[in-house]
Design a protein around this ligand. Sequence first.
Ligand code: FAD
Length: 376
Amino acid sequence: MNSDLPDRPRWDDHDDLDLPALAGDAEAEVCVIGLGGTGLSCITEALALGARSVIGIDAVGVAAGAAGRNGGFLLSGTSDYHHELVRALGRERAVAITRLTNDEIQRIAAEVPEHVRFTGSLRIAASDEELGDCEEQRARMLIDGFPVESYHGPEGRGILIPTDAVMHPIRRCRTIAARARARGARLHGRTRALEVGAGMVRTEHGTIRARHIISCVDGRLELLFPSLAGFVRSARLQMLASAPAPEVAFPRPVSTRYGYDYWQQLPDGSVVLGGGRDIAAEAEWTTDSRPSDAIQDYLTRTLRERLGVRARVTHRWGASVAYTTSGRPLFRDLGGSVQVVGAFNGTGNVVGALLGRAAAQRAMRGHSPLAHHFTD
Ligand SMILES: Cc1cc2nc3c(=O)[nH]c(=O)nc-3n(C[C@H](O)[C@H](O)[C@H](O)COP(=O)(O)OP(=O)(O)OC[C@H]3O[C@@H](n4cnc5c(N)ncnc54)[C@H](O)[C@@H]3O)c2cc1C
């Protein structure tokens, strides 16, 4: 069914930066592993805080993982809805986190305004029970001073968060990476970290010695740090894209079924749709990121039957993300000046950028005002 299409994201629409591989041993003040949105935010912040030398490495290249293969939603909060976060962490911490993520959306938009659109987002209920949960979320957000509205429209019933946005994930990352290189960061593609220890990263091509090492890997994190395997688990998320579909109009990104399904329509009218992980949950707990027939069939049916898109499918793709047993992102100092940031439980565009910056601040200043809300 999907063998006719390569595993390629809709976003991959212009040239890669084609970073050189590391050639031999190297030294730097800061070494960042992973050149997705998190790693690139981390590098940008380290440079802004005066890091004398920064090396960033990626097993493949810029935005090769989930950071270049996601839905493009920039959403308030974490993978937990705000009211869930209040229940889990208490009001003060939850409010601080939601506020920080709203500020981070603004920061990302200011950083790459050409790749971000402020559309707001819809959370649409798929059942009466979910509508009740939407209402709970709305009430909690209003009490805590966050903008949110009830919504009843062509997409269904639910809530509208007017401060949310969408972005072009790959263009965002490539723009930030090009800027970081221009400011002196040495970025290497095709350079996999094989082992991380105090002050050193062993790669396929040489060993990097660094005062600070920050791992910014989401999916497959447990392969790089086997000691995290009990706490972190990788899953595959999948998407497809259609050709321009003038028969539908989705002015805002939509998520439904508690975020299991999500889609947005791009300015050219094409639709990107992801989700369905829960319909084959066991099979999707995997470090394999290639699209599967079961989920792609589900997505095709959803595209046709739920969204009403008739246009042909042009892209199908998958990527790995990591989940934690706590449900909170991993933001951990492993000692020996090694920090690990990742495992965003499926929603990491905003919180990843935030925590990438927090890790750089901890490295360069010894502390971060962003950090303590996320430290487990
Ligand atoms: C289909 C899908 C849809 C999603 N939709 C959304 C969404 O709409 N909104 C949202 O907020 N989140 C979404 N997410 C989650 C979000 O994409 C991720 O949480 C986020 O992009 C993680 O970015 P990152 O930079 O931390 O990690 P990654 O994107 O995983 O980047 C890590 C990089 O590290 C590299 N790497 C891995 N191992 C090594 C190693 N050993 N050595 C060197 N390099 C290595 C990889 O090649 C990769 O480039 C989605 C994810 C997927 C898969």
